[in-house]
Design a protein around this ligand. Structure first.
Ligand code: ARG
Length: 458
């Protein structure tokens, strides 16, 4: 089969070179975007009088037929035609004859591939945002159920202060909210049209780039043709927003894994989200959150891989840029799978409220409240901190928790202690008392939930 660019060549391409340089194995994922871009281009060519309207009509009809075949999985792509652009052009010419050869007037594969990628990423980013909202909804459902569920809050993975479980979950809601904002913001740049930039320098044909951009619903046209065909920072932006998002997913997953361990027993993931062991009959493994944590690595890798590919590349198009695709596809697919699993996994988990509460009653995480108590009675906080430190030490040495000590024992450390410390030390009281804005106090958590619901429009 002769190459579409074969004119100046006297030899066939080496077989290995053909396979090595082809991208059709993976860029066939851009088939629909490629056709969409071509339709907008050909309509613009006709409306600018660059090709006859009749030819444009035939080309458009041919492209629509190919689109149909792609949708029905009826096309076979060939490595000889190197990439999706030439595969479709070949199919078009086969479908409607030599007039199909007019499609490539006033454009190059360089602006064409960039256009395809912009269209692809716009579509997928919007899909990902929708899935992210489903995850946020699942978080809100659980949070609403667990405003008054108390568990230990940790710093350094040591019990620190008791908190509301809803508060803990909502922390992730806001991380995902910022992830969503980052993705939404990136759409502004994804919405630039490279189409018509040509190979690198523009074209001699009187094309109207604004018109084709409008047809593709882009809201900006790259003002510089070199930039248009060389830019991949819109992909980098997506990959970095995706990396941050996966990092959040990974942290949440890690908590699920910990919480489901025998040591914590704070939650139980639904059977449908866990797997067993081939040898140990008792096992129920949290494979899904483990794998979500694990997949974060490849998403970071895709970002680094493209950053490295682009580093030091001279303008304009270089074949290196073909390496931009697989990582992007992989990240899109990884994110879609991850988010699709995360939402129902959160929604179906069982929260073991009793175990959480029991954990809080068997630690010293109410110590800060005792220090605050003394501070409220006029003892300088630093001094109060020291006194409570001594009380905690005394309690540990006597195998007791703070609520087990008697008022007499307390009075030995400070005369400011009264009977009401036993109320102050109750886990529920401890949580409720943190009523500063954004704190874990139940009233604040309700305020936060309302704000979160407003953000989601529910
Ligand atoms: N398959 C190529 C890519 O993905 C399309 C652009 C090819 N351009 C070229 N001048 N060889 O980057």
């Amino acid at each position: 089969m002769s190459k579409l660019w074969g004119g100046r060549f006297t030899k066939e391409t080496n077989q290995l070179v053909e396979e090595f340089t082809a991208s059709i194995q993976f860029d066939q994922k851009l088939a629909l975007e490629d056709i969409k871009g071509s339709i907008a281009h050909v309509e613009m060519l006709a409306s600018c009088g660059i090709i006859p309207t009749e030819d444009a009509k035939q080309i458009k009809a041919g492209l629509k037929k190919i689109q149909e075949k792609v949708l029905n999985n009826e096309v076979t792509f060939s490595v000889e035609d190197e990439d999706i652009h030439m595969n479709i052009e070949r199919m078009l010419i086969e479908e409607i004859g030599p007039v199909g050869g007019k499609l490539h007037t006033g454009r190059s594969r360089n602006d064409q591939v960039a256009t395809d990628m912009h269209l692809y990423l716009r579509y997928q980013t919007i899909e990902i945002i929708k899935l992210l909202e489903k995850v946020q909804e699942a978080i809100l459902i659980q949070a609403n159920e667990h405003i008054e569920t108390i568990l230990p809050g940790y710093t350094h993975l040591q019990r620190a202060q008791p908190i509301s479980f809803a508060h803990h979950l909502l922390a992730y809601f806001w991380m995902f909210e910022r992830d969503k904002e980052r993705l939404e913001d990136s759409l502004k740049r994804v919405n630039w049209s490279p189409l018509g930039a040509g190979a690198l320098a523009g074209t001699t044909f009187p094309i109207d780039r604004h018109q084709s951009a409008k047809r593709l619903k882009f809201d900006m046209v790259y003002p510089n043709s070199l930039d248009a065909v060389s830019d991949r920072d819109f992909i980098l932006e997506f990959l970095s927003a995706a990396s941050i998002l996966m990092m959040h997913i990974s942290r949440l997953s890690e908590e699920f894994v910990l919480w489901m361990s025998q040591e914590f027993q704070f939650i139980e993931l639904d059977d449908s989200f866990c797997t067993g062991s081939s040898i140990m009959p008792q096992k129920k493994n949290p494979d899904v959150p483990e794998l979500l944590r694990g997949k974060t690595g490849r998403v970071y890798g895709n970002l680094f891989s493209l950053l490295t590919t682009l580093k030091g590349l001279p303008l304009a198009y270089n074949k290196d840029l073909q390496e931009d695709k697989e990582g992007m596809f992989d990240t899109v697919e990884t994110l879609i799978d991850s988010l699709q699993l995360l939402a129902p996994m959160i929604q179906t988990m069982t929260v073991k409220t009793e175990n959480m509460l029991q954990a809080v009653s068997q630690d010293y995480s109410n110590a800060t409240d005792l220090a605050d108590y003394l501070a409220n009675k006029g003892v300088p906080f630093r001094k109060a901190h020291e006194i409570i430190g001594q009380i905690v030490l005394y309690a540990i040495q006597n195998n007791k928790y703070l609520l087990d000590l008697s008022l007499d024992e307390y009075k030995k450390f400070s005369h400011s202690f009264e009977e009401d410390i036993f109320t102050v030390l109750q886990p529920k009281h401890v949580v409720a008392a943190r009523n500063s804005y954004g704190g874990t106090g139940f009233e604040q958590v309700k305020v936060q939930l309302k704000l979160a619901e407003e953000k989601l429009g529910i």
